[in-house]
Design a protein around this ligand. Structure first.
Ligand code: G
Ligand code: G
Ligand code: MN
Ligand code: NA
Length: 253
């Protein structure tokens, strides 16, 4: 069986599942959001991550169908947590370029929100820097998403050579500093200086900043001092199944 056929079967058999990683307020450690991360509960190979799912999905075109399911399930889950009485948190969903280029993507998002009963203000769409460039259709879609009331974050920020000018003109709310820059903090002075510069730039543009891959209290303290708004990483929690999100410990001292 080809990999893409196997993935299609897996999708149909309900083998794809979603994990959720907390995002916490840099000041208080309180959970303010969560990022949805796909997993494949493979019958022979165990739990596979996005690196073993997304490329096959992209090549085969299955990504549009999978992306739609991720969006629906994430919004439904966010609504379930609210219905269970947990304080509302933002849910961040990764979207691939093929999915975002489908006709009427923003309208699709609006329909999913209406069907699941989730207020648009709780949904954040994560797109990567390299997806945007100067393409009108993508920028139109970002404006349409803003009109729907969802926010947009630029994922893996700092890895895509986007010019500051283009970031300034985009209708986005947040940048997520790639974990490659967080890794060396605080010992590596280049990484520390780059993270500091990205945070300062984002704040100048009125954008929120989330740092990914935060693993140590030294990284947390540095990022907090620089004015980074939110933190995500193993220091707080690894990605967990839905029923564990509000049980995992998010504050670490
Ligand atoms: O959990 P892990 O570190 O393996 O995730 C790696 C990357 O895979 C994430 O940063 C994200 O960009 C991508 N990814 C995870 N889940 C999804 C998804 O549902 N859709 C898309 N398009 N990408 C995802
Ligand atoms: O969207 P993105 O590719 O950035 O998704 C985050 C990925 O990084 C997830 O696959 C997650 O498992 C992984 N991850 C999350 N926190 C940490 C961390 O603190 N350290 C490392 N090395 N990886 C992390
Ligand atoms: Mn992401
Ligand atoms: Na990322």
């Amino acid at each position: 069986m080809t990999r893409s056929l196997e993935l299609r079967r897996g999708l149909e058999k309900g083998e794809l599942t979603l994990y959720y990683q907390p995002q916490v307020d840099a000041k208080t450690g309180e959970m303010t959001g969560t990022e949805t991360l796909i997993r494949w509960n493979h019958p022979q190979n165990g739990i596979l991550g996005p690196a073993e799912i997304i490329p096959i999905a992209e090549q085969s075109g299955l990504i549009v169908e999978i992306g739609q399911w991720v969006l629906e399930e994430s919004c439904a889950q966010a609504r379930r947590w609210q219905d269970e009485g947990f304080d509302p948190i933002r849910i961040a969903v990764n979207v691939s370029v093929r999915q975002m280029r489908t006709q009427g993507f923003a309208k699709t998002v609006q329909t999913v929100l209406a069907d699941t009963g989730l207020d648009p203000k709780w949904l954040e769409i994560e797109v990567t820097e390299s997806m945007i460039q100067d393409e009108d259709i993508m920028i139109d879609t970002l404006h349409e998403l803003r009109a729907v009331g969802v926010s947009v974050a630029i994922d893996d920020f700092g890895t895509g050579y986007s010019c500051l000018r283009s970031i300034k003109s985009l209708p986005i709310e947040r940048i997520k500093i790639d974990r490659a820059f967080i890794k060396g903090i605080p010992q590596n002075t280049d990484d520390a200086a780059l993270a500091e510069a990205m945070i300062a730039m984002a704040r100048t543009l009125g954008l929120k900043v989330t740092a990914e891959g935060v693993e140590t209290t030294a990284q947390r303290d540095f990022l907090h001092r620089q004015g980074c708004n939110e933190l995500q990483g193993f220091l707080f929690s690894k990605p967990v199944p839905a029923e564990q999100l509000f049980k995992s410990s998010h504050s670490s001292t």
